[in-house]
Design a binder for this molecule. Structure first.
Ligand SMILES: [Fe+2]
Length: 318
């Protein structure tokens, strides 16, 4: 099996003014990265950017500082109230702007979607000295970050707020990765792969009850689908062979003040360098796909049924 590099598609301001229906979503469904050389929305003002860059680093308690719109909470920061409140206000405002922008750019993906997090990263991504499964500089598919996705997709809108390029190293889409590495990653080739265990179902019920009082505990929920995606994620990060083999590797450079959009559970990616960025995440129901054959759920279903995980060849625009 050939591992291909995820394609990057440039979306200029001209193109945005003349979009065909499904033009952008068709690319995203195929695991491509949409690059916006000019931001398709208003970025936080210079004063706010200066504040975030100067005031927040010493108060980080996690990899990201994240605002959760669902619970109206901020996590990953322990700072004096005025700093926490201003950080939260900036992250909240930007999430709302991204949401409005995506309603305009990719309307068919938004029904029933969930605004998950508005996150800030202020540290250099390279060699951050964190555990291997949490490292962003090893190529991976995102999995299990938001509790049980159950086949819904992780859509990320990223903004490079730095004065330097942000560099991604990408390799493979979920199609190639499942087709080639699912067995090595320990994924069972049977219908049990996507069937929730009794433990999952009981656990989910308990977590859902608890998350009504403590919204962040929703992250503890899991499902057979999420466990399968987590196995792939861990295999990719922990396999030297996967990380070192150059087949299908491509470097994508995102200039300062540019934005990009991708299903982080469909395009294999890592961040080699870059310091100051915002990451806005939305959970998109897989039923919003125009061609469901491309969704990771369907990819895993085909694999579980002993078929090729690869999707059918559907021409763009049809
Ligand atoms: Fe990621």
């Amino acid at each position: 099996m050939t591992i291909r590099a995820p394609e990057a598609v440039e979306v200029t301001t001209d193109k945005i003014d003349n979009l065909q229906p499904y033009e952008l979503t068709d690319h995203l469904e195929r695991g491509r990265v949409l690059m916006f050389p000019t931001p398709p929305l208003e970025l936080p003002c210079d004063e706010d950017l200066h504040f975030l860059k100067q005031q927040t680093p010493e108060y980080h308690t996690r990899k990201n500082i994240s605002y959760y719109p669902g619970g109206g909470l901020i996590r990953g920061i322990k700072a004096p109230p005025e700093i926490e409140q201003r950080t939260q206000a900036i992250l909240k405002d930007y999430q709302q702007k991204v949401e409005a922008c995506l309603h305009n750019l990719i309307p068919s993906f938004t029904p029933g979607w969930r605004s998950a997090t508005s996150s800030l990263r202020v540290f250099e991504e390279n060699n951050r000295g964190i555990p291997i499964r949490e490292r962003s500089d090893l190529i991976h598919l995102d999995a299990g970050t938001y509790g049980a996705a159950r086949g819904d997709l992780i859509l990320r809108f990223l903004t490079n707020l730095d004065d330097e390029e942000r560099v991604w190293r990408c390799k493979g889409t979920v199609f190639d990765v499942v087709e080639t590495f699912a067995e090595a990653a320990g994924l069972e080739r049977s219908d049990a792969l996507l069937r929730d265990s009794v433990l999952n179902r009981v656990g989910s019920g308990m977590v859902r009850g608890l998350s009504k009082m403590v919204p962040t505990t929703a992250m503890l929920e899991t499902s057979a689908y999420d466990q399968a995606m987590r196995h792939l994620h861990n295999y990719m990060k922990e396999s030297d062979e996967f990380q070192q083999d150059q087949e299908g590797i491509v470097e994508i450079r995102f200039p300062p003040k540019s934005c990009w959009l991708v299903f982080a559970d469909m395009a294999g990616h890592s961040c080699l360098s870059g310091e100051f960025a915002m990451i806005n995440t939305f959970m998109v129901p897989r039923s919003n796909f125009r061609h469901k054959e491309f969704s990771p759920w369907e990819v895993l279903s085909r694999y579980a049924a002993g078929q090729s995980a690869l999707p059918p060849d559907i021409p763009l625009g049809t």
